[in-house]
Design a protein around this ligand. Structure first.
Ligand code: SF4
Length: 326
């Protein structure tokens, strides 16, 4: 059943329809066929294609990603029975992987939940508007393409040469959250992964003076939405490989010609160098986010330092001043 819609943004709605099932299924088969073809490219020691090894590696990767998403869902109760999960598709590797993995998990999950894919066409010049509808049609899920020209707004507000990503993301978020209200989505799924979370930690630490990252589950500031990040445990490098193996139709997030935020670039570079020198460091930092000791920090709102007390025996006198043999 389609959720009811009013129309504050231009919306193209596509629901799965039984009469088109055969067509969609055959397209879906073609997509998974593409992934299989890519696997043939793995080579053995003599440089010949080794399809068995490629397939094995791909299966291991897919299993790992599904396990990690499943664990994040379980650890943080990201998805509950009856949820209508609005999966936000930017067209990048992460959101494509998130949608594909959530769909696979839904089919084997012990609970019922709905998936609705939503993507926002922000009207950047050169945006290939036919790509995502063409792909999403193959997936047998309801999906919506929202059209809003945030590109012009951003261009008119931000001076030439300055990074536009901050405002662009805020406008995108506002549009998506508003649409979640219209379709009665109980959860909004975003494709941030482990590396995004660690980068955000350092951005806040270095430039904001805050010990704060990105949670796997969050209530929005206005209290009306629950945002979830099912990829919270997934490494970016795994998602990159997965997206490439699956040949998702990637739309780059630089059509507007802006540079990625300079501070984030610096953090990424720092983490890459650390990882080269000390493999596994990013994972260790990530684990620390789930292993916090408020009593060993300085935030008085998190820990009652004033209330710290011990009982002492006030009747005890001081020993004679001098050397005390214990
Ligand atoms: S790169 Fe362009 S489209 Fe992507 S977030 Fe930044 S301003 Fe927006």
């Amino acid at each position: 059943m389609s959720p009811p819609l009013s129309n504050p943004v231009s919306i193209m709605a596509f629901d799965f329809c039984v009469s088109t099932r055969c067509l969609l299924l055959s397209r879906a088969a073609r997509w998974s066929g593409w992934a299989a073809t890519v696997l043939e490219t793995s080579q053995d020691e003599s440089g010949r294609a080794d399809p068995r090894k490629g397939r094995l590696e791909f299966n291991k990767l897919r299993k790992r990603l599904r396990r990690q998403v499943g664990k994040a869902i379980a650890d943080f109760e990201l998805i509950e029975p009856g949820d209508r999960v609005m999966v936000c598709i930017s067209g990048g590797k992460d959101s494509h992987a998130m949608l594909e993995i959530l769909m696979a998990l839904r089919d084997s999950a012990p609970i019922d939940f709905e998936i609705v894919a939503v993507t926002l066409d922000q009207k950047q010049p050169g945006y290939p508007e036919e790509v995502l509808p063409g792909y999403l049609e193959t997936l047998n899920i309801p999906f919506y393409i929202l059209e809003r020209d945030t590109y012009s707004v951003v261009r008119s507000v931000i001076p030439e040469g300055k990074t536009t990503c901050g405002l662009c993301s805020r406008l995108r978020r506002g549009t998506l959250y508003g649409f979640a209200d219209q379709i009665g989505a109980s959860k909004i799924a975003l494709g941030h992964h482990r590396d995004d979370i660690v980068e955000t930690l350092f951005l806040n630490l270095f430039f904001g003076g805050k010990l704060k990252a990105m949670p796997a589950k969050l209530k929005s500031d206005d209290g009306r939405h629950i945002v979830i990040r099912p990829l919270a445990y997934c490494k970016e490098s795994d998602l990159e490989r997965y997206a490439s193996d699956m040949q998702f139709p990637i739309i780059p997030c630089n059509l507007c010609g802006t540079q990625e935020n300079l501070q984030r670039q610096e953090i990424k570079k720092m983490l890459r160098e650390w990882e080269r020198g000390y493999p596994g460091r990013t994972e260790t930092i990530f684990r620390a986010l789930g292993n916090v000791a408020p009593s060993h920090l300085l935030d008085r709102a998190l820990f009652d330092f004033e209330g710290l007390a011990v009982e002492v025996d006030a009747s005890l006198g001081l020993p004679e001043i001098g050397v005390v043999n214990l």
